[in-house]
Write a protein that binds this ligand. Sequence first.
Ligand code: ADE
Length: 239
Amino acid sequence: MRFDIVSVFPRWVASVAEWGVTGRAREQGRLSLHCWDPRDYTHDRHRTVDDRPYGGGPGMVMKAEPLRQAIQAARGADPRPARVLYMSPQGRVLDQEAVRRLAQTERLILLAGRYEGIDERLIQLEVDEEWSIGDYVLSGGELAAMVMVDACARLLPGVLGDAESAAQDSFSEGLLDCPHYTRPEMYAGRAVPQVLLSGDHGRIARWRRQQALGRTWERRPDLLDGMQLSEADRRLLED
Ligand code: ADE
């Protein structure tokens, strides 16, 4: 999967593919990341990418033309068609199901804005989708673009080994994750739940499912709305 990110902080956004799972995905050739700085498409001495808003008010607005040229340079760098995603708090809120669908795309161009926003005409002309990573405001779209790259990269075939498989993720079945434990068996006076030491894989699987269901019911009941629980799940939840 190829990502092109348009941002005034290209080295920062590129760092998302330097370490960890995303770094490995890039080394394996399953992920590639290319950054485009709109300042490279300006023609004044100060490499200006923003200007005052029409109508007045505080803050600055990103100019359309440098962004448009950066997007077009990104489009032209690979023959495959690309959708342009603008990261913004006005967008649709990202969830695991949306990530799953986006991760099936061969290439995406992510647009990270700064300041108060970007000229609306650039959005009309170049942007296909607008995505938010949550109902809070960041100082720019860079972290949101990095979140998007990370969430997609770990779902690409072969990136996670069997042991860390995305199928085991919290949210893979729409539930929160169960608790996890590792050695030692007793830590700060707290024991590992006995069932996890039993070696009985059926009982362990049922316990984990019950924990996941219980936590979801307690912490995020909204996730259970509209979910069809099996009879077995219903019983686990009642126990
Ligand atoms: N840019 C600023 N805040 C954002 C958010 N919550 N999601 C995506 N992009 C953003």
